[in-house]
Structure formats: C-alpha cells, structure tokens
Design a protein around this ligand. Structure first.
Ligand code: HEM
Length: 424
C-alpha cells in the first residue's frame, strides 16, 4: 500500500467510523496503513494496539511478565478480585482452584443438561414465529452456566435477573467512561446491587445446604470468603455466557448469509449418529470464532517497555492486543474477510499464533473447553430439531460491547422440523 500522510489516515479513520459506527473499521484502517503496532488517534485516549503472530507470541507467552491484567477501569471495579483481572500468585491461586471444575468431562450429565436447557427455552417458540437468536442464546447460556457451575436451576430467576445482568454487561462495555474516567454512573447502582444480591443469595443458600461437587462447592471447601466467591462467580457468569451468546449468534448470522453451508451442515448432522458430530460443525464454529472473535481484544497495562518488530510500547501505557486484526491478517490468512469453514478442514494447519479466539499461554481462556462443548451440543441439537429461516441476513453489523456481538440481533423464523417432536 502506498505511504499516506497522517491527515489522510485521519480522514479515512473518520470516514469508516461514521460508516460502520464501530471502532473496528478504524482499527482495520490503522492496521492496513500503519502496521502491526499503532496508537489509537483519539483525543485523551491513545492506547497502543498490537496485532499479528509476533505480537501475540510476546504478549501471551514470551514477554507476558512485562504486562499487567489489572487496570483502573469499570471491569476491575465490578469484578474486584475475580480471576480475570488479578495478577501474579493471587491470580494463579484462583485459577488453579477453578480450572478442574470447568472441564466438560467432570461436569456430571453436562450434555443432557445443555440439551434440556435448549429444550426448555425452545419450547416457548411457536412454529413460524420470528425470534431473535441473540436473546434466545443468552437465555440458554445463562441457564447453562448457572446450573453447571453454581448448581442452581435459574429458570424462575431469569425474569428477575435479566435486566440487571444486561446492565452489568453494559457497565463493563466500552463507553464514554473511556474518555472521562470519573464520569458518574448512578443508573448502574441498583442493577449491580441486584446482581450482587442474587449471587450472595446463592452463596448463603449453599452454605446452609449439604456440600456439592461443583465449582461453587469447591470454592467454599477451599475456605474462600463470601466476597471473593462472589467475585469469581460474577466473573464466570459474565465471561461464561456473554461470550457463548456472541459465538452462537454469529454462527447463525453467518449461516444465514451462507444457506448452502447451513444445508450441508444439517444434512451432515442428520447423517451422523445422534451422539457424534460431523467435522463441518467444528469447522463452522472455528470460522465464526475467527471472523468475529467474541473477545476481540486483550486489555493490558505495560509494566516494562516491550519491543515489537513494528515499534516499541513504553512502560505505563495501556495496550490492547487485537485478536480481531490478527484473525484478519492477510499475511496469515488467504481471503481473510471471507467465510470459509474449509480452512479448518481436517489436516489443515494454521500458522502459530495466527488463530487465538481463546487467547493463549498460561492465561488462555479457562472456559475454552466448556464453551466449545456447549456450542457444539447446542448447535447440533437445535439444527436437528428446528429449521431456521434468516430474516435479517446481510443487515447485521459487529457491535463492540463487552463482546463483539451481531447487532441489531439475529432474526430468524423458526419451525419444528417435520417428524421431530422433542426427542433428545
Ligand atoms: C466462546 C466462548 C469463549 C471465548 C471466545 C472466550 C475467550 C476468551 C479469551 C480470548 C480470553 C483471554 C483474554 C486475554 O488474553 O486477555 C479468555 C479468558 C477467560 N475466560 Fe473465556 N471465552 C469463552 C468462554 C468462556 C467460558 C465458558 C468461561 C467460564 C465458564 C470463560 C472464562 C474465562 C476466564 C475466567 C478468563 C480469564 C482467565 C485468566 O486470566 O486466567 N470463558 N476467554
């Protein structure tokens, strides 16, 4: 690409920002024009952004000791001492306590429980009804994470906790607080207290009940106090369902744009044994994670200068490593913006550190296996039981909230498939 002036880049950034109404467009322009290390050119907010395999390897593995996860921002205010935003031995302690309880293999009846939650939510759909899958998947994944990790059937709680949870997600999403850190946010006080009341209610009910072998039971057995348990629960609740909601919604948005892939997937699922999954299912999930990684950036504070091939990032700066840009880097991916599930066909390999939907290194996603198993089970069950006719294909854009989600939603007309009537 020919060299361009700062002013030209500024104009291009502004143009794409106004067109796409999201920072993703400007990030793509900066990546193409400036390279793999750049600063966001906003007044009062100019964090560094790094992308590409070399940066990912340094940020996630070889130079991660130069970075801190804990920051002065709403995520830290909300999650307090949650495993996602602590550093050093404190982080490692929480992580070691929780990791074994997130492996699908150790969660008893995991598959049956996930199918049962999908069945409950989908039983509320009428044949021919138009539904928003962004909403429906949020219901399913909330029920699943609360049941799997805290041993609670949240079906009757959903109407009460729905709005407070959405407000908690909005609280940690990018907003004007990025530029005006101390901006008062009084409208969040009540919903955040309601989320806390819900979690502390679960903790006190469990303290009075017999021990259970799930994540919550284990945190109690380990002697953690109620405040710290609440921090881990809220971290898991948000990180564990908002990501899966985004992933599943993107999968269906992409299938809506590519009906030939959806038809092939349904036919492969019908041909497979009920207990097994065709390879195409994983290919579609992986490609959706590449194009629209729900966690599209990793947020860090630089504690010691880091040198990248594209430039130096000095200590004291805020730095994002961009999973989204890494996944669309033309040096790693052929036709990076196209939906091609076959990139992940059996036997095909990706360059190291080019594909990072779950991050990498010792702080890679603790729920990666959980999230992937959940997506596979939900998609297989839903596509075997229902048909989904896209109603807003091509009209969806990527919104940068707490996760990268398809807005204004994924509208489909849903119908029970002929011959199906609720068998799991
Ligand atoms: C599609 C699903 C998911 C995606 C795409 C995803 C993505 C990620 C990514 C990229 C990171 C690393 C962020 C960074 O480097 O800054 C991460 C960390 C994390 N994820 Fe996930 N995640 C998913 C599901 C889950 C689930 C189901 C849970 C819990 C039940 C979970 C809990 C966490 C936690 C606690 C961390 C922080 C780990 C640490 O710092 O040690 N995630 N996730």
């Amino acid at each position: 690409m020919p060299p361009v002036s700062q002013a030209q880049i500024g104009r291009e950034v502004l143009k794409v920002l106004l067109k796409e109404r999201s920072l993703l467009g400007p990030l793509r322009v900066m990546f193409a024009r400036v390279g793999r290390v750049f600063q966001i050119p906003l007044p009062f907010f100019h964090p560094y952004v790094v992308a590409g395999p070399e940066a990912a390897r340094k940020v996630l593995v070889t130079e991660r000791h130069k970075l801190r996860w804990r920051n002065a921002d709403p995520v830290t205010d909300l999650l307090r001492q949650g495993v996602l935003i602590t550093d050093g031995p404190e982080h490692d302690h929480y992580r070691a306590l929780m990791e074994p309880f997130l492996l699908p293999g150790v969660l008893p009846g995991y598959k049956a429980m996930i199918q049962a939650q999908a069945e409950r939510v989908s039983a509320t759909w009428q044949d021919g009804q138009s539904i928003d899958l962004l909403v429906e998947f949020r219901k399913m994944t909330l029920l699943i994470v609360i049941q799997a990790l805290f041993g609670v059937d949240a079906w009757d709680d959903i109407p009460r906790i729905w709005k407070p949870i959405l407000k908690a997600i909005e609280y940690v999403s990018p907003g004007p607080w990025i530029l005006w850190r101390n901006i008062p946010r009084p409208s969040y006080k009540k919903p955040l207290r309601e989320v806390d009341d819900y979690l502390y209610g679960i903790i006190s009910a469990r303290r009075a009940a017999p021990a259970q072998p799930d994540l919550l039971g284990h945190l109690m057995e380990a002697g953690m106090d109620d405040g710290r348990i609440r921090d881990q629960m809220l971290t898991m609740l948000i990180a564990g369902h908002d990501t899966s909601t985004a992933l599943l919604s993107w999968v269906f948005a992409l299938l809506g744009d590519h009906p030939e892939v959806q038809a092939r997937l349904v036919s492969d699922l019908d041909a497979a044994e009920a207990d097994s999954y065709p390879h195409l299912l994983d290919e579609v999930i992986k490609e959706a994670l590449r194009l629209y990684p729900p966690i599209h950036i990793g947020n860090r504070v630089v504690a010691e200068d880091i040198e990248f091939e594209g430039g130096r990032v000095p200590a004291g700066e805020r730095m994002f490593y961009s999973i989204y840009l890494t996944h669309r880097d033309p040096q790693s991916w052929d036709r990076p913006d196209d939906f091609c599930p076959e990139r992940f066909a059996r036997g095909r390999k990706q360059p190291p550190f080019a594909y990072l939907p779950f991050g990498g290194g010792p702080r890679a996603c603790i729920g990666a296996a959980f999230g992937q198993a959940e997506a596979r089970i939900l998609m297989a069950w839903l596509l075997r039981e229902y048909s989904f006719e896209p109603l807003n294909a091509g009209e969806v854009h990527a919104h940068m909230g707490a996760t990268l989600e398809p807005r204004p939603g994924v509208r489909v007309r849903v119908a029970r498939r002929a011959g199906r009537g609720g068998e799991a």
